[in-house]
Design a protein around this ligand. Structure first.
Ligand code: PMP
Length: 390
């Protein structure tokens, strides 16, 4: 039976790492990675994570199951981190932000929703996750790559035109992957209005809180939206904000003004997770819980996250200045946020940059700004100006 399967395509982003590793060029630069890198090219374990782990090693007395919803203290502390004080939601711990999105998708389907609107380009896994749960994915262009401009008006009019009550719309909370584009307050407000008017459910993917302008400011648009719409889903990841990528730590939250409805929502989120993996893994959530509930660890973690953000911002400034010679639109890299920007380079030149200059990025042109350091930046700018020819 199995021989009848056809082979699935490899993920082009994951395929880039072995190519990079095999390149003997000592000056090679990996702009393809999806994780934070420091000035020395490392993805370090946060100091506060190490200290929380030492504490857990010392104090943990059992590995017995935590329970199907996960660690309640984590779920609540992480919700306050994302949504601020005083907002209510039904939440469960998930297997990373991806698990949170998948549970969100299943919850939508169980609630009678059958379609989700996705602005493109978006994180490559988004449509796969929603499609796997049986939702139809409706895409619309939301970013002009050559002009480095969010297509805000177009986005609102497409959704206002085509969406039906009960449809969902995916939004990036901050630090858009792959474009870095910032949705201004007016567009967030317009999305809230169209969601209200048409009875749409916003699904907010929060995977980079703290990497834009700050922990609180990055969450401000999401919080305002939650205050405006009666029902929404937040899929939150701790992978980047706590550097816990491989620990698979996240949570999904669904909001409703009614405590009875929240109780029902939680029962569904629990049973969806139970049918998929029974219970989430503990370690990453225990680390986040330890950090968020200990003032000293929390301060240390915030300082390290702030430093990571400042490094990215300074790389953005350097890159934007250098690349605006190539196209004035690329000056926008300085004000885009988070790890990623999307360069308007065609595939032939991306491959040329790999072979001739050892500069690696996926064929989409997405670059991880954190893949750069100050000594490499001038060379990368020179190579892009020489080979990209926009
Ligand atoms: N959403 C976005 C926009 C992402 O970029 C990612 C990870 N690259 C995720 C969600 C999923 O994160 P996690 O690793 O926690 O599953």
């Amino acid at each position: 039976m199995f021989e009848t399967l056809s082979r699935e395509a490899d993920d082009p982003l994951l395929a880039l790492t072995p190519l990079f590793r095999a390149d003997p060029n000592p000056a090679k630069v990996d702009l393809g990675v999806g994780v934070y890198r420091d000035e020395l090219g490392r993805t370090p374990v946060f100091r506060a994570v190490k200290r929380a782990e030492a504490h857990l090693l010392e104090t943990q007395e059992t590995k017995a199951y935590v329970g199907p919803e996960g660690d309640r203290t984590f779920i609540e502390a992480f919700w306050t981190f994302v949504a601020g004080e005083g907002r209510h939601a039904a939440g469960v711990q998930t297997v990373g932000g991806t698990g949170a999105l998948r549970l969100a998708a299943e919850l939508l389907r169980r609630s009678g929703s059958s379609r989700i609107f996705l602005g493109t380009p978006t994180w490559s896994n988004h449509s796969a996750i929603f499609a796997a749960a049986g939702l139809s994915v409706v895409t619309y262009p939301s970013f002009d790559v050559a002009g480095q401009r969010l297509l805000a008006g177009e986005m609102i009019s497409v959704v206002a035109d085509k969406a039906q009550p009960g449809d969902a719309i995916l939004l990036h909370a901050s630090c858009h992957n792959p474009t870095g584009a910032v949705m201004d307050d007016a567009t967030w407000a317009a999305v809230a209005e169209v969601a209200l008017e048409k009875g749409l459910v916003p699904v907010i993917d929060s995977a980079y809180q703290g990497f834009g302008t700050g922990i609180e400011s990055d969450a401000a648009p999401l919080r305002r939206l939650l205050d405006r719409v009666p029902e929404a889903i937040v899929a939150a990841s701790a992978s980047k904000s706590f550097g816990l990528y491989r620990e698979r730590t996240g949570a999904v939250y669904a909001t409703s003004a009614s405590p009875e409805t929240r109780d029902k929502l939680k029962s569904h989120l629990v049973t969806i997770g139970r049918g998929a993996y029974s219970m989430p893994p503990d370690h990453g959530a225990a680390v986040v819980r330890t950090i968020l509930t200990d003032p000293e660890l929390r301060t240390d973690w915030r300082t390290e996250l702030d430093d990571a953000r400042k490094r990215i911002t300074s790389m953005r400034t350097i890159l934007a200045k250098g690349l605006s010679r190539l196209s004035p639109a690329l000056a926008a890299i300085a004000t885009q946020q988070g790890m990623f920007s999307l360069l308007p380079i065609d595939e032939t030149r991306i491959v040329e940059l790999r072979h001739r200059r050892g500069i690696y990025m996926p064929l989409s042109g997405r670059i991880n700004i954190a893949g750069l350091n100050s000594s490499q930046a001038p060379g990368v700018i020179e190579a892009l100006c020489a080979h990209a020819a926009l």
